[in-house]
Write a protein that binds this ligand. Structure first.
Ligand SMILES: Nc1ncnc2c1ncn2[C@@H]1O[C@H](COP(=O)(O)OP(=O)(O)OP(=O)(O)O)[C@@H](O)[C@H]1O
Ligand SMILES: [Mg+2]
Length: 481
């Protein structure tokens, strides 16, 4: 064990000597490093070397303005792990209980009343006094450990938040940041709406790591990414022997996320049976595990996300209405990037810096034409697409980037497939359509696609190999103009 280092605050030589004598009984384990006679001197010494002491022994009645509870508070403010033992004269106005209470509230570890003056050798019953010093030291040790690990954890959270910082200063993004601050202070369920790549998961992360649950787990699950018959066992787990093949018990994600946050991505894809069980979790705070009769209590904050219009799905009976209202307590809508173009320059700069740093290259210069192109492009894949484009541009390893480089990096990204009106899904075509109709549909969709990925009609026409007047006439015939 390390030597226990003491700072003694005592203005009467007689009492200082009595404390020394008492401690001397354990002189090989406990050492009085300094003795001061007033509160200000004590604080000055601690200021210089707060780590040089473990325990403060202080007289309650000392000269000078700073003493008693106020001094205790100031010491604790400097280092909350320092333990304070108070010694007092017998003459106190208050009842012992009130007095002790005030000291403990101020942050003292223990107090004792000095022996009367005719006992010259010791300040207090030596074994009790020494035991209290050892106990205080043990407390100091434990608090230091937990203090350090909390500091580390908080530091980690800060690093995560720095990594996941929301870039942009458009009105829309500022509004979003303000909502994140506000909602992270509460425990309400949140539903995030936004097109693909707008930053839904990023927002969910920010809410979690700014909330009181930040030291607990953030568990993301993609409800669209698992086969229907697996999603329930993923979410809620099962007991050993619940079904053939269940050789061990499995913890569900809700149990894993207990006390933390679960992020249910693509919530619209959640099968109906799982919807019922999710509703139960929200209403009762309980999960039903497969193969188990009693329920398990969990405390999980739910953040869900979707790129669908969930209210529409409710009206088509594709999503449970009661669940919708439970999840949609606080809706957050993230705008598409093309609706907040003011964010684009900041995002471009951010990704250029981050990926150049990752790749160990110098940040290339961006031509004005390139900047203009980036700001005006339609960004159907939103921020994710922008991020990918910047990465591609950097792979070209050029010192100067013009709009040509940007354009080439943009067009190679296919538009995300929209399953709802996918053209060539012949297997589900119940009736064969006349060639003329399907041709028209193809043209409409293809014109749309090309135009969305071009900055002007002229460019779309050029890509399609059409003279601009022809392009314009055909668009009109297809009902696109
Ligand atoms: N405002 C922003 N600042 C910085 N990075 C962002 C911002 N918005 C999105 N991103 C980045 O863009 C990428 C896509 O974001 P995210 O995965 O959160 O989108 P999403 O809405 O969940 O997309 P999907 O619907 O496809 O799952 C991520 O790498 C994310 O870090
Ligand atoms: Mg996502």
């Amino acid at each position: 064990m390390n030597e226990i280092r003491i700072l003694l605050i005592e203005d009467e030589d007689f009492d200082a000597r009595r404390v020394k004598n008492t401690i001397a009984l354990m002189g090989n384990k406990i050492r009085i490093v300094e003795i001061v006679s007033n509160g200000n001197d004590a604080l000055n010494i601690l200021k210089k070397n707060v780590n040089g002491f473990d325990i403060i022994i202080m007289d309650y009645q000392i000269v000078g303005g700073l003493r008693g509870e106020e001094l205790i508070k100031q010491i604790k403010k400097m280092d909350p792990t320092l333990q304070i033992i108070v010694i007092t004269k017998l003459t106190i106005d208050m009842t012992d209980f009130d007095f002790a209470n005030k000291l403990i509230e101020a942050g003292a570890f223990w107090y004792c009343t000095k022996y009367p003056g005719d006992i010259e050798k010791y300040i207090y019953q030596p074994t009790d006094f020494l035991m209290s010093i050892f106990n205080a030291f043990e407390k100091k040790r434990l608090e230091t450990i937990s203090h350090n690990s909390n500091r580390k954890l908080n530091h980690n959270v800060e690093q995560i938040l720095e990594q996941k910082k929301l870039i942009g200063s458009s009105e829309e993004t500022n509004d979003l940041k303000e909502k994140i601050e506000r909602y992270s202070k509460t425990d309400v369920n949140i539903l995030i709406y936004g097109a693909s790549g707008t930053g839904k998961e990023l927002v969910a992360n920010n809410i979690h790591y700014k909330s009181n649950r930040k030291l607990e787990k953030f568990v993301p699950i993609n409800c669209g990414g698992l086969p229907n018959d697996l999603i329930e066992s993923e979410l809620f787990g099962y007991e050993k022997g619940a079904f053939t093949g269940a050789n061990t018990k499995k913890l569900g994600l809700f149990e894993i996320a207990n006390n933390g946050t679960i992020f249910l991505d693509e919530i619209a894809e959640l099968p109906q049976t799982a919807q019922v069980k999710l509703l139960r979790v929200i209403q009762e705070g309980e999960i039903e595990k497969i193969g188990r009769t009693d329920r398990i209590k969990v405390n999980v904050r739910i953040i869900a996300a979707t790129n669908k219009n969930l209210a529409n799905l409710v009206s088509q009976n594709l999503f449970r209405e009661d669940l919708f209202y439970r999840l949609n307590v606080v809706p957050i809508q993230i705008q598409t990037l093309s609706n907040r173009r003011k964010d684009i320059p900041d995002l471009v700069e951010h990704f250029l810096e981050r990926f150049s740093w990752d790749m160990g290259i110098r940040i290339p210069e961006l031509g004005d034409d390139a900047k203009e192109y980036l700001v005006n492009y339609s960004w159907p894949g939103n921020v994710r697409e922008l991020k990918n484009v910047i990465q591609r541009v950097l792979f070209l390893d050029k010192k100067y980037i013009s709009s040509n480089e940007v354009k080439n990096s943009v067009v190679s990204i296919p538009k995300p497939i929209n399953n709802d009106n996918q053209l060539f899904n012949f297997t589900t075509l119940s009736e064969v359509e006349p060639l003329r109709d399907i041709e028209k549909k193809f043209r409409q969709e293809y014109f749309d696609y090309v135009r969305e990925n071009s900055i002007s009609d002229a460019e779309a026409a050029k890509k399609l190999g059409l003279a601009p007047p022809n392009y314009y006439r055909m668009s009109k015939e297809l009902g696109l103009k």
